[in-house]
Ligand binder design. Structure first.
Ligand SMILES: [Ca+2]
Ligand SMILES: [Ca+2]
Ligand SMILES: [Ca+2]
Length: 457
């Protein structure tokens, strides 16, 4: 009898232990909202905050990440070269890091060595795959630099016009709007062409965004505004040149690229003039700049894949000051102003047994990965697959508070026109008109609280 009692007690004890352990594994109540990138979050608020690798990589993966990092930081040179050759003949910049400065946002200048703004170009209409129509002699991107002896396609000129915006409480700020003109065209362009300026975005958390299940992204789409909140996000579906299939677009300012691999190979090919096994044709093929060297692929698969892996495994910096009362109030305002209807706080990445570091992570990217009509103020009027001329992908806001630390001064929006977060918000229009108006009508205490929350991301 006594023995049975002891066994019974023991059983209760074991059960309790199991229960305690379970709740320790799933600590819902103690959930740490600083962990923007789930387990792949780093506590680093310095200027190097965007350059950290996932903390949970295996030793071998660490090695690949570092190889990718070295290549990302490399200045490529004209062919023939033993290593890091193949630059050009036409290009936008000489290395990934020269646009993605410090793995952060780029510099919206034109023509100089630090310039991280590039121009997409196309003719009106759609091509066989529903994408933009290439311009004869120019393709789909303008390369404004060239190797010695070759002509750049053109020069890009940026002029800003300014306007003053007044808040309901009388405070004023200046907004600047860019206009772009082309000069020094190496050959005339027949007819009307469409331009889309694109600034180099930060590199953090891209592997996690790639790992969000497509179904979770689609679940937030509301193209006919069935829930009547004035917001009609929809997915962009794009032709993927590598897999030769139509896929959900995730990357680029219009969600115009399906995967990190395609984005990286396209960057080598278009931004730097470096061919790879997956995109082996020079951007200048068929143009007078073409070098005809037949040395493709110029970057070996080992380096292409290492750079892809590097881009997938840069982790996200942790939030700061999350328990601060003003930050908490700012978060409530972010929700009541409906910012959160597009800038979705939370996703869970797909289960992936082969890549545990990417698997089943609760992340807080503050994007729905959908494209939205942002009004005429931000429009490029150049459709990109299903993303219309006024539509842009909701920019992820994780890391936002560190933009100016990682890249001083730091810029915002697809073309870098905004110099502060306040300016970025005041450019919101279209589906975000209501949110913008709410912000504009807030008193300065509320605006500051909202900004303090955004600075904590
Ligand atoms: Ca080349
Ligand atoms: Ca071109
Ligand atoms: Ca809606």
């Amino acid at each position: 009898m006594r023995k049975l009692k002891v066994i019974g007690l023991l059983a209760v004890f074991v059960l309790l232990l199991v229960k305690c352990q379970k709740s320790a594994v799933f600590p819902a109540a103690q959930y740490d909202d600083r962990l923007s990138g789930g387990d792949e979050t780093v506590f680093d608020a310095t200027s190097q905050a965007f350059g950290n690798m996932f903390p949970n990589l295996a030793a071998y993966d660490t090695h690949i990440h570092i190889l990718g990092d070295l290549t990302f930081n490399q200045t490529f040179v004209t062919a023939p070269a033993i290593i890091h050759g193949g630059l050009g003949p036409i290009f936008n910049n000489t290395g990934c890091i020269n646009c993605h400065h410090n793995d952060g946002i780029g510099l919206p200048t034109a023509g100089d060595q630090q310039s991280s703004l590039l121009m997409r170009i196309s003719l009106p209409g759609v091509d066989a795959h529903g994408g933009p129509v290439a311009v004869p002699g120019y393709g789909l991107q303008l390369q404004d630099k060239a190797v010695y002896g070759k002509l750049p396609e053109c020069s890009v000129n940026i002029v800003y016009t300014t306007q003053i915006i007044t808040f309901a409480d009388g405070a004023q700020i200046e907004l600047r709007a860019p206009t772009y003109t082309l000069s020094n065209l190496y050959t005339p362009i027949a007819g009307t062409y469409l331009l889309s300026p694109r600034l180099a975005p930060p590199m953090i958390g891209l592997g996690l965004l790639e790992a969000i299940p497509e179904s979770e992204i689609i679940a937030n789409a509301d193209p006919n505004d069935a829930n009547n909140d004035g917001i009609k996000g929809h997915a962009n579906y794009v032709w993927d040149a590598i897999t030769q299939t139509r896929q959900l677009g995730r990357f680029g300012w219009k969600a115009n690229t399906a995967s990190v691999l395609t984005q990286v190979a396209t960057a080598f090919n278009q931004d730097m003039g470096v061919t790879s096994s997956v995109l082996p044709v020079e951007s200048s093929y068929g143009q007078s700049q073409y070098d005809g060297l037949h040395d493709d692929p110029e970057v070996p698969d080992s380096l292409l894949n290492a750079v892809k892996f590097y881009a997938q495994t840069l982790c996200v910096p942790a939030r700061r000051n999350t328990t601060d009362a003003t930050v908490k109030r700012g978060e409530a305002l972010f929700i009541s102003a409906k910012c959160v209807n597009c800038h979705k706080q939370t996703f869970t990445t797909a289960v992936d047994v082969s890549r545990p570091y990417m698997s089943n992570q609760v992340i807080h990217p503050y994007t729905d990965m959908l494209v939205h009509d942002m009004g005429p103020g931000l429009a490029d009027n150049r459709p990109d697959y299903l993303a219309g001329g006024q539509e842009w992908r909701t920019a992820p806001l994780w890391g936002l508070g560190l933009y100016t630390t990682v890249n001083s001064p730091g810029y915002f929006l697809h073309d870098g026109r905004a110099r502060t977060i306040t300016e970025a918000i005041m450019w919101h229009g279209g589906e975000a008109e209501g949110s913008k108006a709410t912000f504009q009508n807030m008193n300065s205490t509320d605006r500051d609280a909202l900004l303090k929350f955004l600075q904590s991301l």
